[in-house]
Ligand binder design. Structure first.
Ligand code: GLN
Length: 381
C-alpha cells in the first residue's frame, strides 16, 4: 500500500455527516445537519427548467453569468450601501464552502497566522492548515458569544494574515455589533490584515435586528472577502451555489485560484437565481419566516428541562442540557438520536479542545409539524 502523508492528520468525517448518517440509521428526526426539510419555491424550480430547456447548459463564464453578478451587486448596494463592480469584484462560487476555501487559499501562505473564533464552523481550520497556515483560536465570550477585543489585540502578531468572522453565527445564533465593526476598524487600521467574512445567514436575523455586513464599512470592505450562500437564502443547500464580493485586487487573486478549483459553476441555476432575486421580498422576508419557526420550537419546548441560549439569527438554536444529564455532548447527542429519536449536533467539535460544555445545537429549518414532534420527544427528558 502506498503510504500517503496526510495533510489533515486530525480530521475524519465531519460531525454533520456523522449525525445525519446516524439519524437515517436510527430513523430519527434530523435536527442535526443544517438544511430545510421543505422544498424551495416552485417558481425557482420552473426557472431552472426554463433555462435548461432554452439551452443554457454549457460552461458559464469563469466568474459567473453577468446577470447574476449584477443582481448580487444591486442587492448588496441596496441593503448594505456598498457598490461592488459586478465585473471586477463579484465571483459566483460552488457554495460558500468553495468561496471560503478559495479566499483562504488565495492569500494564506506557509507560516501565516489566521485568527478565528470558537465555536468555529468546521471548514475554516482545514482550509487554513491545507495551505500551511497556522490557526489562532480565540474563544467568543461564553455568556453571550460576544468578542473580546482586548484578547484579539493581544493575539495579533506580525504573522497575522487574516481574521475569519462569521455573523450571523453558526452555531450560536449571535450577531456582530456596530461596536465590533468599529473595534475591528481600529485594530486593522495601518495593517495588511485581511478579513474573510462568512455571511451565509445574512438574511436570517430576528426580533427586528439587522445583519451588519462587512461590506457596509467603507474601511473594512477594502480588506474583506464577503462570502454568502444561495443555499441558505433560497432553501437550496443541495445546489451548492454562493458568491464572494471583494475589492478588485483581492478578487483578482481569488479568481486565479477559482479558475483552477472549479473554473465555473452551474449555468442554468445561475440564470434562474438572477431572475428569482429580482423580487427582494424573497430574501427580505426570510428573517420573519425563520423567526416563526424558532418561536414554534421555543414554545413547544419551554416546559422541558433544557435551557435555551438566545438565538438572534441563523436557523440554529443552542440547548443546555446540564440539568438533564452529565453525559458528554457527543454521548448525549448519540443518546438523543438512538434512544429519543431526535438527531442533534454536539457543540464540542466546534472547538479545538473538543471539551464538552453540555450544549447541543438543533436546526429549526423544518416544518412546524416536525418541530412539534421533535420537541414533544425532547420534552420527555
Ligand atoms: N452548514 C451546515 C451545518 O452547520 C452543514 C453543512 C455540511 O454538512 N457541511 O449544519
Amino acid at each position: 500500500m502506498i503510504n500517503i502523508k496526510t495533510k489533515l492528520p486530525e480530521w475524519g468525517t465531519s460531525i454533520f455527516t456523522i449525525m445525519s448518517r446516524m439519524a437515517v440509521e436510527h430513523n430519527a428526526i434530523n435536527l442535526a445537519q443544517g438544511f430545510p426539510d421543505f422544498n424551495c419555491d416552485q417558481e425557482l424550480l420552473e426557472l431552472v427548467s426554463y433555462f435548461q430547456n432554452k439551452g443554457f447548459n454549457q460552461y458559464a463564464p469563469m466568474q459567473g453569468v453577468p446577470n447574476l453578478r449584477k443582481a448580487i451587486s444591486e442587492k448588496i448596494n441596496k441593503i448594505y450601501g456598498k457598490h461592488y463592480d459586478f465585473d471586477k469584484e463579484i465571483t459566483v462560487t460552488a457554495g460558500a464552502t468553495q468561496a471560503l476555501y478559495t479566499a483562504i487559499t488565495s492569500v494564506v501562505k506557509q507560516g501565516d497566522e489566521v485568527i478565528l473564533f470558537e465555536p468555529a464552523y468546521d471548514s475554516y481550520v482545514p482550509d487554513i492548515l491545507s495551505n500551511g497556515g497556522i490557526p489562532v483560536y480565540i474563544p467568543l465570550n461564553i455568556k453571550n458569544y460576544s468578542y473580546d477585543w482586548e484578547l484579539i489585540q493581544n493575539k495579533i502578531s506580525d504573522k497575522t494574515k487574516a481574521i475569519i468572522l462569521n455573523s450571523p453565527h453558526n452555531p450560536t445564533g449571535s450577531l456582530i455589533s456596530k461596536d465590533d465593526i468599529e473595534q475591528l476598524e481600529k485594530l486593522t487600521r495601518e495593517t495588511e490584515i485581511l478579513i474573510i467574512s462568512d455571511e451565509v445567514y445574512e438574511h436570517i436575523t430576528f426580533d427586528g435586528e439587522k445583519h451588519i455586513s462587512l461590506a457596509s464599512s467603507e474601511e473594512l470592505s477594502k480588506r474583506t472577502f464577503v462570502i454568502s450562500s444561495f443555499g441558505k437564502t433560497y432553501h437550496t443547500t443541495g445546489w451548492k451555489m454562493g458568491y464572494c464580493a471583494a475589492p478588485e485586487n483581492l478578487t483578482k487573486e481569488f479568481r486565479k485560484m477559482h479558475q483552477f478549483i472549479v473554473f465555473s459553476t452551474n449555468t442554468p441555476i445561475q440564470h434562474a437565481y438572477a431572475e428569482f432575486m429580482k423580487h427582494e421580498d424573497r430574501y427580505l422576508s426570510l428573517g420573519k419566516f425563520y423567526q416563526q419557526k424558532r418561536d414554534v420550537f421555543i414554545n413547544e419546548i419551554k416546559s422541558s428541562k433544557f435551557k435555551l441560549k438566545p438565538c438572534r439569527g441563523t436557523y440554529f438554536q443552542l440547548l443546555d442540557y446540564s440539568t438533564i444529564s452529565n453525559k458528554s455532548d457527543i454521548e448525549f447527542s448519540e443518546y438523543l438520536t438512538k434512544e429519543m429519536g431526535v438527531a442533534v449536533i454536539p457543540l464540542s467539535p466546534f472547538y479545538e479542545s473538543k471539551e464538552s460544555q453540555s450544549l447541543i445545537r438543533i436546526c429549526f429549518a423544518k416544518t412546524d409539524e416536525v418541530l412539534k414532534e421533535a420537541a414533544a420527544k425532547l420534552e420527555k427528558l
